[in-house]
Ligand binder design. Structure first.
Ligand code: ZN
Length: 351
């Protein structure tokens, strides 16, 4: 080991694969390169993205060990020369999108469409560490009404749900929204924002316990797909019309249902494929009913700003499933992989 380079604790992968490639070990401390700050991470949040990164994608090239994690709240401990904001000592949350700032999409403020789009923890070392370096421009003040645990898990799920519902699907008051698989971070955030907007929300799960918790968060109708036919229930609830919008973070298993459940000229917005990336589409229903299908990824810096503003004004709090110490990062990930959670899993990194 090279003397003089400080070490820190981090949850890092040593290669691509199953849960056993992840361990908590000493890795080199980051330093603030041009335009960056270093944060002492207080709390970090898990996302499905961490599983994809751990498993590796075709062409994945990461320097090992690679620190996982996209969400964090932290205190600024160092800043590169010339960085004026945030200042050392400020408590911030991180917008995890990384973009080039030069391409046609960046120039229109559409960072998540950047031709070189990346995410903290995906293309550079992540937040499951005592310290992380991030671009200063990605730091926003932590909303006062949130605890560190809540702020640490907010960013990725809530900006993703915000962009899907408000920017892409443009949900309106009084519209009906179907959310598949209530329990995941994006699905719960979407439920919160939909209720804030005044939409009528239908949620699905195979767990009565999760459906009951969704009811407490404002869900208007619940469908247990373990014993109910989702498409038939949606048609019954909407008097045969179908919902205005279907929000899908599930993928292959639910895509045919989206087609079957939305009204004529309805919208489907998809942000993830936890059940697989290949699905059949009933093209006849698609054209005859004049359906609209949209993909959505994370959100732009403006989506993030709007989301934080809405969260602050409406005192929205992310649902935290469990808080575990950084040392239990592997258990935290296993909990997420078995879909046992309701809400976000937080890793407590430092006090
Ligand atoms: Zn760009």
């Amino acid at each position: 080991m090279c003397l003089g380079v400080a070490d820190m604790k981090a949850a890092a992968i040593s290669g691509f694969g199953g849960p056993d490639v992840l361990s908590v070990a000493d890795v080199k401390e980051p330093t603030a390169a041009g335009g960056e700050v270093v944060l002492q991470v207080l709390c970090a949040g898990l996302n499905h993205l961490d599983i994809w990164v751990r498993k590796g994608r075709p062409g994945s090239q990461l320097q090992m060990p690679h620190v996982l994690g996209s969400d964090a709240v932290g205190v600024v401990t160092a800043a590169a020369e010339g960085v004026e904001s945030p200042k050392v000592g400020e408590r911030v949350i991180v917008y995890p999108g990384l973009s080039c700032g030069r391409c046609e999409f960046c120039r229109r403020g559409e960072q998540s469409l950047c031709v070189n789009f990346g995410i903290v923890g995906l293309v550079r070392p992540g937040t499951f560490a005592e310290r992380v370096a991030v671009p200063a421009a990605n730091c926003c003040p932590k909303p006062d009404h949130l605890s560190d645990e809540e702020a640490g898990v907010l960013a990725l799920s809530h900006v993703t749900a915000w962009r899907m519902l408000l920017t892409r699907a443009r949900i309106k008051p009084g519209e009906t929204l179907l959310i598949h698989g209530i329990g995941g971070g994006v699905a719960i955030a979407a439920l919160q924002f939909a209720k804030m907007t005044g939409a009528e929300v239908l949620v699905t799960s195979s767990s009565d316990a999760k459906l009951s918790r969704a009811k407490h968060l404002g869900a208007d109708h619940t469908i247990n797909y373990g014993r109910q036919d989702i498409a038939a229930e949606v048609r019954r609830i909407t008097d045969g019309r179908g919902v205005d919008v279907a929000l899908d973070a599930v993928g292959a298993a639910t895509w045919p249902l989206d087609i079957a459940c939305i009204r004529k000229d309805g919208r489907i917005v998809l942000c993830g494929v936890t059940t697989g990336a290949k699905a059949e589409t009933d093209l006849r229903a698609f054209y005859w009913n004049q359906l609209n299908a949209m993909g959505s990824t994370l959100g732009s810096a403006e989506d993030f700003r709007q989301m934080l503003r809405a969260v602050t004004v409406n005192k929205v709090k992310p649902v935290v499933d469990i808080v575990l110490p950084l040392e239990k990062a592997r258990e935290a990930m296993e909990r997420m992989e078995t879909a046992g959670q309701f809400g976000k899993i937080a890793l407590k990194v430092s006090a």
